[in-house]
Write a protein that binds this ligand. Structure first.
Ligand SMILES: [Ca+2]
Ligand SMILES: [Ca+2]
Ligand SMILES: [Ca+2]
Ligand SMILES: [Ca+2]
Length: 434
């Protein structure tokens, strides 16, 4: 008999596994492989659908499906009254309830806010956006995660004088559920949060400069956000580090981050148990002139992707949760042009990578590409353009949506209130079935 620590947030009659166990293990107290979706559960009655979920709990999302580009013009998410908009995060809620997108922009009064906006299944905004931060305090960030009955969001704002990390839970409408939870209280900047949900708790990792150099710290937050866990330094004591990316499952937490300075930098990954106690050392998967990483769980392992700058190209590696490198640094982008800002999504038997690519002709448009890979990072077909935009390429982020869609959120240039401006857009890949 265990404490009732697990939830059935999606209401399908199956509980999430206890932290540190795998769904269905004898000591797991739960067998729901995905407690964020009532359409995913083990045993008779579960049918694999093309919906971005592992419906039959066999470890593979949308078994045998392929992704195609069907959407025409991308949807602009950030209001045309905003300046300097940047993408914060996007997640899909309960079936039929659409997405929640978060982005940052400066309004006509000169305030920079983190805005949350509900979208329908096709990315069309359902309402105007709500400010998530305290008004009149500059803010940014906004990675978003869905739990099965609510979203979690993390951001940085300057209401206390210097930037601190805040958390709140949001209803599907984007409305705040409780008071903001301040996760950091330091005399220097705490910025750039990442967020994840493991079926029981949220995990938030961020850069914090309390030691003089930025380092990645992290903290656990329970569902009701009443008792945040202890703040923990997630990297080795002297490791200058930034740009955290998190992936979690019921067994533990994986952190990928940028380590180093302008002279020497690397991409590292480190694993933790659900209490954020490290279970491995930091493992270097790439080094040189590297950019921020993206990480996804895949087939009980983890895949990390990042951009490199000489030349501009996308690389990836696969690491198991015991810290073994299963596939060492591998080139993922097609040759030529400037490829950067990758996002990775693991499906269990294959891996989707999206990234921005600019041609090396002055003034050329840039494209968002996606490409599928095997679990050993062998390409499954060519890189396919999703959308082409004028202006400079910017970060991308991707998440599963309804009917197997993969939503891609990205930044692009538009004519805005102050001339040539940045805005946030939505497009998607659709699942075409096996
Ligand atoms: Ca459930
Ligand atoms: Ca479920
Ligand atoms: Ca499956
Ligand atoms: Ca599915």
């Amino acid at each position: 008999v265990h404490d009732p620590v697990t939830f059935d947030l999606d209401g399908d009659g199956h509980r999430a596994p206890r932290p540190g166990t795998r769904a269905g293990d004898p000591d797991a107290c739960g067998d729901d492989c995905d407690d964020t979706s009532a359409l995913a559960f083990p045993g008779p009655g579960s049918v694999e659908l093309c919906d971005g979920k592992d419906n039959d709990c066999n470890g593979v999302i949308d078994d045998n499906s392929v992704y195609v580009v069907t959407q025409g013009a991308p949807v602009q998410l950030s209001e045309s009254t905003l300046s300097h908009a940047s993408a914060g995060g996007i997640a899909y809620g309960a079936s039929g309830q659409g997405y929640l997108a978060a982005y940052t922009g400066e309004n006509a009064a000169g305030d920079t806010d983190v805005l949350a906006r509900p979208l329908d299944d096709f990315g069309a905004p359902l309402a105007t956006s709500n400010a998530v931060n305290a008004t009149a305090a500059d803010a940014s960030g906004g990675p978003v995660v869905w739990t099965g009955d609510r979203y979690g969001i993390a951001w940085q704002d300057r209401r206390t004088g210097n930037y601190e990390i805040f958390f709140n839970a949001l209803a599907p409408s984007g409305a705040k559920i409780g008071p903001d939870v301040q996760l950091t209280h330091t005399d220097d900047f705490s910025i750039n949060p990442a967020i994840a949900w493991n079926g029981t708790d949220f995990y938030v990792a961020y850069e914090d400069r309390r030691s003089g150099a930025f380092q990645v710290w992290g903290r656990r937050v329970d569902l009701e956000a009443k008792s945040p866990g202890e703040e923990l330094l997630m990297v080795d004591g002297f490791d200058a580090s930034e740009s955290p990316a998190l992936a979690v499952d019921s067994k533990g937490v994986a952190l990928a981050y940028f380590s180093g300075d302008s002279f020497s930098s690397s991409i590292k990954i480190r694993f933790f148990d659900p209490n954020l106690t490290p279970t491995t050392d930091a493992i270097t998967v790439g080094s040189g002139d590297v950019g921020p990483p993206s990480i996804s769980r895949n087939n009980e392992d983890y895949v990390v992707v990042w951009g490199e700058k000489s030349p501009f190209a996308i690389y990836g590696a696969v690491v198991s949760s015991d810290g073994s490198i299963l596939v060492a640094r591998t080139l993922l982008s097609a040759p030529g042009g400037f490829s950067r800002y990758p996002t990775v999504t693991g499906l269990g038997d294959r891996i989707l990578v999206s990234y921005a690519r600019e041609e090396d002709t002055p003034g050329a448009d840039y494209d968002i590409y996606f490409r599928a890979f095997s679990n050993t990072l062998e390409p499954l077909g060519d890189a396919t353009p999703v959308v082409s935009r004028p202006g400079l390429d910017r970060p991308t982020m991707a998440t599963f949506g309804p009917q197997g869609d993969v939503a891609v959120m990205f930044e692009g240039d538009v004519d805005g209130p102050q001339g040539n401006e940045r805005a946030v857009f939505f497009t998607r890949l659709t699942c075409s079935g096996p």
